[in-house]
Every structure is written in structure tokens, then in C-alpha cells.
Design a protein around this ligand. Structure first.
Ligand code: ADP
Length: 508
């Protein structure tokens, strides 16, 4: 196995199920790459371990090659061989694990949504730790993410630290408490964990079903640092309404639990250099934004007759969390208000996908409304650049990246005050907030009146005071949403945890 070069800074290994841009489903993929790059830039050694999916975008991986080793890892009472590949993604060194298990765990043509996800990812979590052990790596921090790699925390302390992989502190980030991966307790045994020891209320037992174990709960209990992706969401999940059953666990472990707002990758999301755009532009040259608006409207068959007609964008997974009924309402309300609406989204939920296909067909040749129901990275860039406003009416939103990307492209966010939206979008009309921080329109109640009031205020501002609207656009484009500030908070958490461990070790 390849050895890791010595570095002055910390040695951080992320074990994750996603990494942008090659294996991305949602925000988690962006975080692994964005945080990884920012920490690497600050002088830390960062490595990533991913499953080797058949459906990755292989052209985004540099210098991919199989290592001349066989990694054997335990599952269901047997040892299975794994092939280990290495490559680079966006300058970060990545290991890919390819299990030679008859279940063909990562040859499914999709990242998630398989009947045996629990098996696939508990297998991967164990194989990733086995890789670190056999390679003799001594990371300072092992950072795991979401339920798919939450198993890393109990596996590390119960099995791998006793085997000698004991240099690390464990950091766990939950990107969305909606997905907890709970399963019948007996399934935990496959990866070698002791079900009797762990299926207990203070360990991995699900808080509402006593014959089930909950990987997220396990990671909260067994990690040294637990984070989520915004300060407001960290508070919300500690309440019985927002905690999805885990509020009591999070309150019990509150001392190690903190919310850190994600950044965005400002190299990828930069209208001044974005080659996916018709024309590049910046805050001091908004002519380019206007040209993108014309190009995208033409490309999608919308009327370009009125250059000043407000264009509202929305790019999202169409799932209940995102307020799909409010998105639908916003489409009709925008039309009534004389605007145009562009939706780019797709849904893993069949009835929602069908419902939006119905709306898309209804507006098929409409000159002011277009729904594009697929995942399309390139079109997403065009819509951020073309739109004047961007709507995010989420019911809950752990962090949300689209509001930050929209602002960077000069599209003013209209967002519900929840989670990370509440930490990044500040209402233009809110006198309690210093003027220089106000950057969009917000509403509190997740209902049609809420959407209407924010949308109408935005339309009035856009139409009645173009000069002040332009200043708002320029101000939003200049906000620093890079990973710098979040990475420095993670760096501090990591360093403190490592220092505490070293102090404890030197005392004993
Ligand atoms: P979540 O992780 O809950 O899906 P985030 O706001 O954190 O939401 O991240 C969404 C990311 O996925 C953004 O980068 C957004 O541009 C992108 N995205 C969502 N839907 C689509 C789509 N249909 N086509 C292209 N990009 C999309």
C-alpha cells in the first residue's frame, strides 16, 4: 500500500460514500471535496476512502490505478478480498475499495437505494478501517459522514483500536438527520460488531424501536467530535420536533456536538471563470449576467421579449424536505405576478416525479414556465447565472448550498428561515440585522402566505427600485462563502481533540 508523506499539519482521513464531482448525490459529496481541499491548502495531509462504484464519473479521477495488494476484510464470518485503487480527485489523494464479494456491492449502477444498503456500507466501513490498519497509517483524525460510514466510530473503538490502529480521534458529521439507516439489530453482527453489547439504550439502540439499531446514534455516542452542517440546524435537532428521534441523544452528548456552516467550492462556483456559462461575468460587469439570462431563456424556449421580466430559478431534489408543495405554489404565483420560472429537479419519489411531470407537460410550450426534470450539472450553472431570484422554501434544511451558489451568481435568494438557510440568508427588510448583512428575502411559516409575502416583496423591489436591486446583486456576489472559515473551525476542533488525547496519553 502507498505510504503517506510526512506533513507538519494534521493527518486527516475521510471515509465517505460520496465525493464531488465523481460520486455525488447531494451536499455530502460537495463537503468532502470542499473541506478536504481547504484543509489541504492550509497544510494538512488529507486522504479520502471511497467505495469503487461502477457509476462514478471516471473521467474526473486522475491517474487511477490498482495497487498490487489484496486487502482481506471480514464480513459475515468470512474474509473477503478487496482490490484497492488509488487516484486523485481535484488534487486530493483517494483510495477506492472494490470488494470481491459475490453481492457485487458497488456494481449496481446507482449510489444508494439498494435493498442491501446497510450491508454494503457496513462492509465498506469495515474494509476502510482494515485498509488503514494494514497500510500502517497513523491518522490524527478519521472523519466519517452520515449513516453509511457511521459504523466507523464503533468499529474503530471496539475492534480496530485494540488491533493497533489507535492514533486517531473520530469526527462524525451528520449532513441530514432524516436518514438514520436503522435496521434490525441482528444485521449489525455482519461487520463484526457485538450486537448484545451495542443494542443498548446508551449505545446504538434506536430510541423508538428496541429491536433495531441506529448507526447515526452509534456514531454520536462513539465519536470524539460530532458536527452537523449549520448552527441553526444543530439547535433544531436538539428539539423533539426537529431531532427525528435523536434529540435526547444529542442533548446528552451536547458537549461534543456543534454546527458548522458548510462553504461552497468557490473555484467550481465562480461566474468569472465558469466555462459552462454562455458569458463569464463578475460583480462589476453585470452585462454578462444579462446575456446569460437571454441565452438560457432562448435555450429553454422562454420568451425574451421583456429583458426586465423577473426570472425565478429553483434547483433541487424534489423531496418533501424541500417543500415541494410550496415550490409548486411558487410556480403558479410567479406566473400570476408576471414573472418567469425555471425549475431544474428530479425526484427519487415516484408520485412526486409523476406530479411534476404533469406540471411540466401542462407548461410544455409555455413562454414563461419551464420544468426540466433531471439532474443536469451544466444546466444548473446556466440557471444560477440566468436567474434574478432563487427560491428555496424548505420545510427543513440542514445547511443548503443552493442559496450560497445563487448569491455568488447574483441571484437573490427567497428562502424559508430554517436550518442553514437561517444562518446564511438575511431579509432585506429586517431592521434587526445590520444593513450590510441583508442579502435576500425570508419567510418563517412554511405555507403559501409565507411564500407569497417574500416573493411579492422581492418582485416589488426588483421592479420599483432597479438601482438598489443591482446594489443588492453586487453585494451578494461579493459575500465570501468559501470553505476558508468553515475549514478553520474544523481545524480548531480537530486540533483541540488531538491535543486533549495527547495530554491524556502523557498523563497515563
Ligand atoms: P441536498 O444535499 O439536500 O440535495 P444542497 O442544497 O445541500 O441540497 O445541495 C444541492 C446540490 O445539488 C447543489 O450543488 C445543487 O446545484 C445540486 N443539484 C440539485 N438538484 C440538481 C439537479 N437536478 N441538477 C443539477 N444539480 C442539482
Amino acid at each position: 500500500l502507498t505510504s503517506s508523506p510526512k506533513s507538519q499539519g494534521l493527518y486527516v482521513v475521510h471515509i465517505a460514500a460520496e465525493m464531488a464531482p465523481v460520486a455525488k448525490v447531494g451536499g455530502l459529496g460537495d463537503v468532502v471535496t470542499g473541506l478536504g481541499k481547504a484543509l489541504q491548502k492550509r497544510g494538512h495531509l488529507v486522504e479520502i476512502i471511497l467505495p469503487k462504484y461502477d457509476c462514478m464519473q471516471y473521467d474526473g479521477i486522475g491517474n487511477l490505478r490498482a495497487l498490487d495488494v489484496v486487502l482481506e476484510s471480514y464480513f459475515d464470518g468470512k474474509l473477503y478480498k478487496n482490490e484497492v485503487w488509488v487516484g486523485t480527485i481535484e488534487g486530493l489523494p483517494v483510495y477506492f475499495i472494490e470488494p470481491h464479494h459475490p453481492g457485487k456491492f458497488f456494481w449496481r449502477g446507482q449510489f444508494y437505494g439498494e435493498h442491501d444498503d446497510f450491508k454494503r456500507f457496513s462492509f465498506f466501513s469495515r474494509a476502510a478501517l482494515e485498509l488503514l490498519l494494514q497500510a500502517g497509517k497513523k491518522p490524527d483524525i478519521i472523519h466519517c459522514h452520515d449513516w453509511q460510514t457511521a459504523f466507523v466510530a464503533p468499529l474503530y473503538w471496539d475492534i480496530y483500536a485494540p488491533k493497533g490502529l489507535n492514533s486517531a480521534r473520530i469526527c462524525f458529521t451528520c449532513h441530514n438527520f432524516e436518514y438514520q439507516g436503522s435496521a434490525p439489530a441482528s444485521e449489525l453482527a455482519s461487520c463484526g460488531l457485538d450486537v448484545q453489547q451495542l443494542n443498548r439504550p446508551d449505545r446504538m439502540q434506536d430510541n423508538s424501536a428496541h429491536d433495531r439499531i441506529n448507526p447515526i446514534k452509534g456514531a454520536v455516542v462513539f465519536s470524539n467530535i460530532v458536527t452537523t452542517v449549520s448552527p441553526t440546524y444543530a439547535q433544531e435537532v436538539r428539539t423533539s420536533e426537529g431531532g427525528k428521534g435523536l434529540h435526547s441523544t444529542l442533548n446528552f452528548h451536547a458537549k461534543k456536538f456543534i454546527g458548522i456552516l458548510n462553504g461552497i467550492d468557490t473555484d467550481v462556483w465562480n461566474p468569472a471563470t465558469d466555462t459552462l456559462l454562455e458569458v463569464q461575468y463578475n460583480a462589476n460587469d453585470l452585462q454578462g449576467k444579462a446575456e446569460n439570462k437571454i441565452a438560457t431563456r432562448q435555450h429553454l424556449g422562454l420568451s425574451t421579449a421583456d429583458a426586465r421580466q423577473p426570472l425565478v430559478g429553483c434547483i433541487t431534489r424534489l423531496v418533501p424536505q424541500k417543500g415541494v408543495h410550496l415550490i409548486r405554489h411558487a410556480i403558479y404565483r410567479t406566473l400570476e405576478l408576471g414573472g418567469q420560472f425555471l425549475l431544474l429537479g428530479s425526484s427519487p419519489v415516484a408520485h412526486i416525479q409523476r406530479e411534476f411531470e404533469g406540471i411540466a407537460n401542462h407548461f410544455q410550450n409555455h413562454e414563461h414556465i419551464r420544468l426540466v426534470l433531471k439532474y443536469d450539472e451544466s444546466l444548473a450553472h446556466s440557471i444560477y447565472a440566468a436567474s434574478d431570484m432563487f427560491i428555496i422554501p424548505s420545510i427543513f434544511e440542514p445547511c443548503g448550498l443552493t442559496q450560497m451558489i445563487a448569491m455568488r451568481y447574483g441571484s437573490i435568494p427567497i428562502a424559508r428561515k430554517t436550518g442553514g438557510l437561517n444562518d446564511s440568508v438575511f431579509d432585506v427588510d429586517d431592521d434587526t440585522i445590520p444593513l450590510q448583512f441583508r442579502n435576500g428575502y425570508t419567510f418563517l411559516n412554511p405555507d403559501e402566505q409565507g411564500v407569497n409575502s417574500a416573493l411579492e416583496r422581492a418582485f416589488n423591489h426588483y421592479r420599483n427600485d432597479p438601482e438598489s436591486w443591482q446594489q443588492l446583486v453586487q453585494r451578494d456576489m461579493d459575500i465570501d462563502f468559501s470553505w476558508e472559515s468553515s475549514a478553520s473551525q474544523y481545524e480548531e476542533l480537530y486540533s483541540k481533540s488531538v491535543a486533549r488525547a495527547r495530554a491524556a496519553a502523557s498523563r497515563s
